[in-house]
Design a binder for this molecule. Structure first.
Ligand code: HEC
Length: 325
């Protein structure tokens, strides 16, 4: 495999790994930021509803009671009615947000808690210190983020309409009946304040911004990788190929080629080129000298005659010894 191809694969692998990590981190950050934003808006809505409730209890209800007497009744004096209606008007401007007050035993049947809200009410009942529950409900396109806070029965003023039908204004009984919304006790968690927001837009926003991040990272990567591979080809692999080809040709046919390599490589490879040229010149010079030198006998053939010289001497000595004996 060519060096450029190998580098391209390694870079692509690093890029995929980097993009996966960056994408995941970016998605998590974006999603967290989106849910923080939703939570902040939900908190503002919940506090606004509480403010409307308090305003109704403190300012509206006493005036209306004074004007109409305790047996008369008009819904605008009811804190829950005032809060839910004011919030309905507000959420018309922010249609993603929904506010409601849900109870197990509601005066208005429309305020009856749904299954998952009953679960939240039970959680608040079980833990009196819990002030808020945050989570997601539903699935797929219908998934919603919620923030829920408990409404605890904490004021004796509420008991007029929520303790027994006998204590409630007759006009109210005529409108809402006697069956629901009574029997509440002081300290009980009687209802929930719930703000719901669909999660899909926030997820989509997070996803879009991750796409932008990945898209810009990809552009930067593709551009840098292309420039890097081009430079690698121009300054490293191409000169190396020239050197290799030339050195290869010289090694196969050293006598026929010129002593200097006929290539022009730039940069650091010039030194290597010069070194090969010098090596080649040295080898040529050595071969030249070798060719011109008188050929001395070499190898086992030269060892033989010296042995042959010494042998007659021994052989000559031997008969003399024999002669003597
Ligand atoms: C004058 C009578 C009256 C008083 C006082 C009153 N409420 Fe209600 N309350 C009602 C009526 C009527 C409704 C139903 C309003 C509607 O149509 O949404 C209601 C609704 C509610 C709801 C929504 C669930 C449901 O029952 O439909 C909650 C929660 C609630 N009241 C809590 C309180 C609390 C807490 C107080 C005291 C701060 C209080 N109420 C004071 C009459 C009253």
């Amino acid at each position: 495999m060519r060096i450029e191809t190998r580098f391209a694969w390694i870079l692509a692998f690093c890029f995929c790994l980097g993009v996966t990590i960056a994408g995941t981190i970016s998605y998590r950050l974006e999603a967290r930021q989106a849910s923080d934003e939703i939570k902040l808006k939900a908190d503002i809505l919940l506090e606004t509803a509480l403010a409307v409730r308090a305003y109704t209890v403190d300012e509206v209800a006493p005036v209306m009671r004074a004007m109409q007497g305790s047996e008369q009744f008009h819904a605008p004096q009811v804190p829950s009615f005032a809060a839910q209606n004011a919030m309905r008007r507000l959420t018309q401007k922010f249609p993603d947000y929904k506010y409601r007050e849900s109870a197990l035993n509601p005066t208005n049947p429309q305020d009856r808690a749904s299954d998952w809200e009953v679960g939240l009410l039970r959680e608040f009942e079980a833990d009196p210190k819990r002030k808020e529950l945050v989570g997601e409900v539903g699935s797929g396109a219908d998934q919603r983020f919620y923030v829920a806070r408990p409404i605890r029965m904490s004021s004796a003023a509420c008991m007029q309409c929520h303790s027994t039908p006998a204590a409630a204004p007759t006009a109210m009984l005529a409108k809402y009946g006697m069956a629901n919304g009574f029997g509440w006790k002081m300290g009980d968690v009687v209802a929930l304040q719930v703000v719901e927001v669909p999660t899909a837009p926030a997820r989509e926003k997070a996803f879009n911004s991750v796409q932008v991040t990945i898209g810009s990272l990809s552009c930067v990567f593709v551009l840098s990788a292309a420039i890097f591979l081009l430079l690698l080809r121009r300054h490293v692999t191409h000169p190396l190929e020239l050197l290799t080809r030339s050195a290869h040709a010289n090694s196969l046919n050293s006598q026929a080629s010129d002593a200097s390599l006929p290539i022009a490589v730039g940069g650091q490879f010039d030194e290597l080129n010069q070194a090969i040229v010098r090596l080649r010149a040295s080898v040529d010079r050595a071969l030249h000298l070798f060719d011109r030198a008188p050929h001395a006998p070499t190898g086992p053939a030269s060892a033989q005659p010296s042995g042959a010289v010494s042998k007659p001497a021994t052989e000559a000595a031997a008969p003399s010894k024999a002669e003597r004996s």
